[in-house]
Ligand binder design. Structure first.
Ligand code: GLA
Length: 516
């Protein structure tokens, strides 16, 4: 008969000996996040290969793909980084994990916040992630419902002849997000006309994310209840002398979690053409879950070809946040414009950080194919009028698309005057289609120049500081005639003929000149 002590030992021995499973293979786990009354469960898949004391692999979660970099194994302890493979130059986020008989317990290594940082309300630590090994598979396979045939090899497409100057119009996202509907879009179309914006060049009325409903039995995409009749809405927009824009994703879901065009590209293009769509913003969002970086170009080209096959001229706007040097291939993939950055917000720091960082991308821009530093925030209330003048001046020097993002029906006369300043718009819409560049920078003062058709140039004198400042330029230093004609495009005053000019510039402000 066993003594109690022996019985305890008999119980413990198998536990202590339980082997941790091999690391290589496919692992899955879930985390449950609670925010207020909302609970979401997020599934994560790790697909790992191991070799000696190192490992590598891919991680899929929330529609994203990450690659494992610098993975090391020390006994049961793992250390590694996760990096977005579409942004290979980005810094990997550090992780550690413990391999036990129960699974792989994963922890994100967070840098402690600087002392004195207030805790963010409602955000506790992330719930633990414990992965369980579900197979030996070291290669990721899409779930059968999401599997796709290999994409045809990429081939450079000829231009579609559209967007010979940067597109101008209005888009619903920056102000309305999901609070966009048929009546609201019609109201914007009415106001674009009555405010004079259409006549100043703003012609596209673009519905962003959250219009999408479910697919019918044949797989045709339908709008949701906020948009009862897309064809009728398109007709209404066209009846005002405007053009109609829509939004989708090459992935299964859009960024707001609505139906994307994945595996329905041709069908969706035909549906949009039947609604009278003139412009598509095609937003990467969840497409990383179904395409690797080597497939991104083809995924965009697929939609470009689908749009072209409809026979309807449709501007194609690529939105993939500037990943994988999109300026190098965006036009060849059929894009008329492509985002170069993450999302803008209605704050000076966001706008300035995006806008002033566009220098160096100019060779990608030209008639039919534009860099897109994101839509305008002018009139949304988070910046001063001087800052909004900087926003429009900088975007115009950059030959950026000008898509207003405010509630046009509540626009003040000052905001309307900024958005409709035709002299500034003419810098953006100049037929030469050259993107301007930074000529000089001294502390917070910057000089930018954009060559214009007919030998003229636009010159932007920017004060990024938070105090008014004066800035002197000598025209010949800028490669301009020694005593040129120069006009201030915001005050609409001609400058005295002289060898240079000293501008008084408000904090975060600009003086924009046309010089020849
Ligand atoms: C992304 C885009 C935004 C907007 C939203 C919609 O964040 O960058 O411009 O389209 O998706 O969900």
């Amino acid at each position: 008969m066993r003594t109690p002590r022996l019985a305890l030992l008999a119980l413990l021995v198998p536990l202590a000996c339980a082997q941790a499973p091999p690391l290589a293979g496919t692992w899955k786990g879930t985390q449950t996040f609670t925010r207020g009354t909302q609970t979401t469960t997020v599934e994560t898949t790790y697909v790992l290969s191991a070799s000696g004391a190192t490992f590598s692999g891919l991680v899929f979660t929330r529609g994203d793909r990450r690659e494992v970099v610098n993975g090391t194994v020390d006994g049961t302890h793992l250390a590694y980084g996760l990096r977005n493979p579409f942004v290979p130059e980005s810094t990997p986020q550090p992780f550690t994990a413990e391999l036990t008989a129960d699974g792989l317990a994963v922890t994100a290594v967070r840098r402690p916040p600087p002392p004195g940082t207030p805790a963010r309300a409602g955000r506790g630590p992330a719930p633990p992630l414990v992965l369980h090994r579900i197979s030996d598979d070291t290669v990721y396979h899409l779930p059968p419902a999401l599997a796709h045939a290999p994409l045809p090899p990429f081939r450079a497409l000829p231009p579609n002849g559209l967007a010979l100057t940067p597109p101008m119009g209005w888009n619903s996202w920056n102000k309305f997000h999901a609070a966009v509907n048929d009546a609201g879009v019609r109201a914007m179309a009415d106001t674009i006309v009555s405010s004079g914006m259409r006549d100043a060049g703003y012609v596209y009325v673009n519905i962003d994310d959250t219009w999408e409903g479910t697919r019918d039995a044949q797989g045709n995409i339908q709008s949701n209840s906020k948009f009862p009749d897309m064809k009728a809405l398109g007709d209404y927009i066209h009846s005002k002398g405007l053009k109609f824009g829509i939004y989708s994703s090459p992935g299964p879901k859009t960024c707001a979690g609505y139906e994307g065009s994945y595996l329905h590209e041709d069908q969706d293009a035909r549906t949009w053409a039947s609604w009278g769509v003139d412009y598509l913003k095609y937003d990467w969002c969840s497409a990383s879950s179904v395409y690797g970086p080597e497939e991104m170009k083809q995924a965009y080209e697929k939609m470009a070809l689908a749009l072209r096959a409809t026979g309807r001229p449709i501007v194609l706007s690529l939105c993939e946040y500037g990943w994988l040097d999109v300026g190098e291939w965006g036009a060849a993939a059929g894009g008329n414009l492509w985002r170069t950055t993450g999302d803008i917000s209605d704050r000076y720091a966001s706008m300035a950080n995006i806008g002033f960082n566009q220098n160096g991308r100019e060779s990608a821009a030209g008639p039919g194919h534009w860099n897109d530093p994101d839509m305008l925030e002018i009139g949304n209330g988070g910046m001063t009028d001087d800052e909004y003048r900087t926003h429009l001046s900088l975007w115009s020097l950059l030959a950026a698309p000008l898509l207003a993002g405010n509630d046009l029906s509540k626009m003040t006369p000052d905001i309307r005057a900024i958005l409709t300043n035709r002299d500034v718009i003419s810098v953006d819409q100049d037929k030469l289609g050259r993107q301007g560049t930074r000529v000089s920078q001294q502390g917070s003062l910057e000089v930018w120049k954009k060559p214009l058709a007919g030998g003229a140039a636009a010159v932007g004198l920017f004060n990024r500081g938070d105090q008014p400042a004066s800035l002197t330029v000598t025209w010949s230093d800028l490669g301009l005639p020694a005593r040129p004609r120069a006009r201030d495009l915001w005050t609409q005053q001609d400058l005295p003929r002289a060898a240079g000019y000293t501008a008084q510039i408000p904090a975060h402000g600009v003086v924009l000149l046309r010089v020849r």
